[in-house]
Design a protein around this ligand. Structure first.
Ligand SMILES: [Zn+2]
Length: 279
């Protein structure tokens, strides 16, 4: 069984007419360049078949506007209705807005399993923004939704979509909401290393990490080292498709020296367990 817990799908209309959506800062920033691939649900089916993926966690996009977020969420919900291999995740506008909590309640009651990947590509991490992020944390906890958050490594080469998240602020929020089931994407930008500190390990007991973009960022030994630090039961296989397919991840995991059991945890067991406990 192979579950890809990090892929982004878009409505056909956005895929086919991307130029029509460029007034949204976040969308323009990430997808103005035609070489940034956009895929629809149909494309994800081809990917699943080709790469032998059994299930996907379908993530949307951090639009600024509520209108585009709604359109995108409806699309993902509709796709998941007729296909149980699609695990639906909702987006939430990246900019603070009124009634975020009731918006998140609606997400829960519409059948989504979680929210994500939340990203703040063109936002400034102001106090207002952090207050909003806290509201997302507390509402996801209240409604038992998994939260997937984009976090980059604060060092190293630049690429589109990379930004620095204050690890101190992020840790503070996780410590305040330790029961929230949260997935920090892209290995949480390396924050997992602090799980070697007993108090962080304790506070991060419900924190998971996904492997998204690994081959572009890290030596393949990341799989083994991360697994040694956090335990292989806290790592989720995610490709960030269409950024990359499964091949380089699976090869890297095998070569890194992970046991078959750890690979099985990462590739399917953890994702299934996480969905179950989040109800
Ligand atoms: Zn991301």
């Amino acid at each position: 069984m192979l579950i890809d817990s990090h892929i982004h799908i878009f409505p056909e209309i956005v895929k086919n007419r991307r130029q029509n959506y460029s007034e949204d800062d976040n969308f323009r920033f990430l997808y103005e360049n035609p070489s940034s691939k956009i895929i629809s649900y149909d494309d994800s089916l081809l990917y699943m078949e080709h790469d032998h993926v059994d299930k996907i966690w379908a993530l949307g996009f951090s639009w600024k506007s509520e209108k585009m977020t709604d359109i995108h969420n409806n699309y993902i919900r509709e796709c998941s209705k007729s296909d149980e291999r699609i695990i639906p995740f909702a987006s939430i506008p990246s900019k603070p807005f009124k009634n975020a909590e009731s918006y998140i309640a609606d997400i829960k009651f519409s059948g989504f399993k979680g929210i994500g990947e939340i990203s703040f590509y063109t936002e400034i991490f102001s106090e207002e923004q952090w207050t909003y992020i806290e509201e997302i944390f507390s509402s996801c906890l209240k409604y038992s939704l998994i939260l997937i958050m984009h976090v980059n490594e604060p060092v190293g080469h630049y690429y589109t979509g990379k930004y620095v998240t204050d690890f101190g602020r992020l840790t503070g929020l996780i410590q305040k909401y330790p029961d929230l089931k949260i997935v920090l994407s892209h290995w949480g930008g390396g924050i997992f290393i602090y799980e070697l500190m007993p108090e962080i390990r304790q506070a991060f007991k419900n924190v998971y990490y996904d492997t998204a973009a690994s081959p572009y960022l890290y030596d393949q030994s990341i799989y083994k080292y991360a697994s040694d630090i956090t335990g292989s039961d806290k790592i989720l296989f995610g490709t960030d498709y269409p950024l990359l397919g499964t091949g380089r991840y699976l090869e890297g995991m095998k070569k890194s020296g992970l046991t078959a059991e750890s690979i099985n945890n990462i590739c399917s067991k953890n994702a299934e367990k996480l969905l179950k406990v989040s109800g």
